[in-house]
Design a binder for this molecule. Structure first.
Ligand code: B12
Ligand code: SF4
Length: 492
């Protein structure tokens, strides 16, 4: 069979790095099949384009993987493929949680012939065999001999043939500059960011995160040797093509077992396998000076830290109380002293966030060593504890927000959205009404709020505070009338 593995883009921003799942599944595909990869971020494609590609290249099976944010596009592309008569298998975090949606069992239309639940390292070869025989099942779940969910151990780990895979679509150097830059220093004819994992799983269970539910809280690691060999393979490739390679260790918490991480970093140094790399590590684990020394010596250049909030109450709310905002500055300083910089990630819209949170966060960031702060909105992803909590509280304004992805639009009502008006309770009523109207209007500058429906929606979302002000206004009006009626009595 000829198999296409496709990863959709999100239509708004561009990913700079290919997705690991494609390379992994390609490496796990039985040898008698050919696998081609297309990442929509590198090769933009629409529905007609993918249908044409599938027909012209005589593709027999298409595998699509997507996060929640890209799922609407993934479904549209899957529909286009299926309209050509070619079966589609879908996998990844979204369809694992929403398999019925992908299979059209929830009343909507069907998008996938089969769904691979969870980690597909074990099920993929079977899926390919079943597809070749025309016997695809609806659902593939990784289970052991007793029918219990099973997770791959990562020991052994497949060799991803980085030296042979065609990576043309993932070169970040513009074609025009390739030859010239190839001659610069050690060569910059190609620059690729390659995803690599050294382990899977995170036990911390932050409320908004999919990882603990998806990968489980059992942490599994590859052998040091397998990671080091992969780095050496990539380093060799970069040298041969007069280019550069950087690695993104996609482990959710690269230092979750500090002892193991130190031993891996020592092995990288001993094998001279250093390339520039990025890894995600939570702030609490970066207290360890020796770890940070080893990170710098092993090629670590950027550490992604999920800081989320500068407010301990928010962190406690989302089960991330192990983050201590008081130590953020020291952690960043420790990294900066070794020329390791931080990508600091923050989430706005948590329950304790009040007006001005963005500015207050920025004020703090400006006092820290320079880094790369990134900001996002709290998003209730399916099957997360956050989703369940907001659903129970009736606070989801768009329970299926992924079916119509709207950039920068929240999917729930933040608890303190009305706080600006509420916090001014001591001000005269007219002043507070004024503030509310101004806020509703200004909102329209930044978020789509053009048509009548959008206005009805925003008014409905703010109904509680509007109702409160109307009620208060009515009471004030009644009170003033009573006074008018009553006032003659003293003089009567
Ligand atoms: C690296 C990464 C990124 C990279 C980009 C992705 C990339 N190019 O690799 C960056 C940093 C840019 C990123 C950004 C975002 N990310 Co991200 N990211 C990850 C991370 C840490 C690793 C992904 C990975 O490679 N995992 C390892 C591989 C092996 O696992 P996997 O992808 O799940 O694949 C396995 C199975 O799912 C399955 N499978 C997957 N696809 C397919 C397809 C088929 C056909 C089959 C059969 C099987 C299959 O088989 C694979 C092997 O077992 C994950 C967390 C995690 N540990 O997975 C979050 C994660 C995927 N990201 C997440 C999110 C939310 C985001 C953002 C939306 C965050 C934001 N607010 O901006 C953005 C969106 C980016 C965009 N383009 O729009 C969520 C997604 C949850 C969800 N329900 O969708 C995750 C799970 C993290 C979390 N906290 O919950 N991310
Ligand atoms: S520490 Fe990171 S990966 Fe682990 S549960 Fe929290 S947000 Fe998810």
């Amino acid at each position: 069979m000829k198999i296409l593995l496709y990863n959709p883009d999100n239509g708004v921003t561009r990913n700079f790095m290919p997705h690991l799942w494609m390379f992994l599944l390609k490496s796990l595909t039985p040898d008698n099949h050919e696998v081609v990869l297309i990442d929509g971020n590198a090769q933009p494609m629409d529905e007609a384009g993918i249908a044409q590609y599938v027909r012209e290249n005589k593709i027999d099976l298409v595998g699509i993987g997507a996060m929640t944010r890209m799922i609407a596009k993934a479904y549209r592309m899957a529909d286009a493929v299926r309209s050509t008569g070619v079966p589609v298998v879908m996998g990844g975090p979204h369809v694992t949680e929403m398999a019925d949606e992908a299979l059209g069992r929830d009343g909507g239309s069907r998008h996938a012939d089969a769904v691979a639940l969870g980690e597909a390292d074990q099920t993929w070869p079977q899926i390919v065999r079943d597809a070749a025989e025309g016997k695809l099942k609806d659902v593939y779940a990784p289970v052991d001999a007793f029918g219990q969910e099973s997770k791959p151990s990562l020991q052994p780990y497949p060799v991803i043939p980085w030296d042979k895979i065609n990576l043309d679509q993932f070169n970040l150097v513009p074609k025009m500059a390739k030859t010239l830059l190839g001659k610069l220093g050690a060569g910059w004819g190609t620059f690729r960011i390659i995803p690599m994992e050294s382990g899977r799983g995170c036990p911390y269970g932050c409320e908004f995160c999919t990882v603990t539910g998806f990968f489980g809280d059992s942490i599994r690691f590859r052998t040091n040797e397998s990671v080091v060999n992969e780095l050496l393979l990539l380093k060799e490739r970069a040298k041969n093509e007069l280019g550069q390679i950087a690695v993104f260790f996609i482990d959710d918490n690269f230092a979750i077992n500090v002892k193991r991480t130190k031993s891996l970093l020592r092995d990288i140094i001993a094998a001279n396998a250093q390339v520039h790399w990025v890894a995600q590590i939570s702030a609490n684990l970066l207290r360890d000076e020796e770890l940070v020394d080893l990170i710098a010596a092993a090629g670590g250049k950027w550490i992604f830290i999920g800081m989320e909030s500068i407010d301990p109450a928010n962190l406690k709310d989302v089960n991330k109380g192990f983050n201590k905002p008081g130590e953020y500055a020291a952690v960043l300083e420790r990294l900066a002293q070794r020329n390791v910089y931080a990508i600091t990630s923050f989430i706005f819209g948590m329950d304790n966030d009040t007006t001005g949170v963005a500015e207050r966060t920025l004020e703090q960031i400006r006092t820290w060593p320079a880094g790369l702060p990134i900001f996002g909105l709290l998003t209730p992803l399916p099957a997360t504890p956050l989703y369940k909590r907001l659903e129970v509280a009736g606070r989801l304004t768009r329970p299926k927000h992924w079916q119509e992805f709207i950039p920068f639009e929240m999917a729930h009502t933040p608890l303190r959205m009305t706080q600006a008006v509420d916090s001014l309770f001591y001000k005269p009523l007219g002043y507070r009404i004024n503030i509310l109207i101004a806020r509703l209007c200004f909102r329209g500058i930044y978020f789509p709020q053009m048509g009548r429906f959008a206005w009805v929606k925003v008014i409905s979302e703010n109904r509680a505070i509007i109702w409160k002000l109307v009620k208060e206004g009515f009471q004030a009006w009644r009170g003033s009338r009573m006074k008018v009626v009553e006032s003659p009595s003293p003089t009567a």
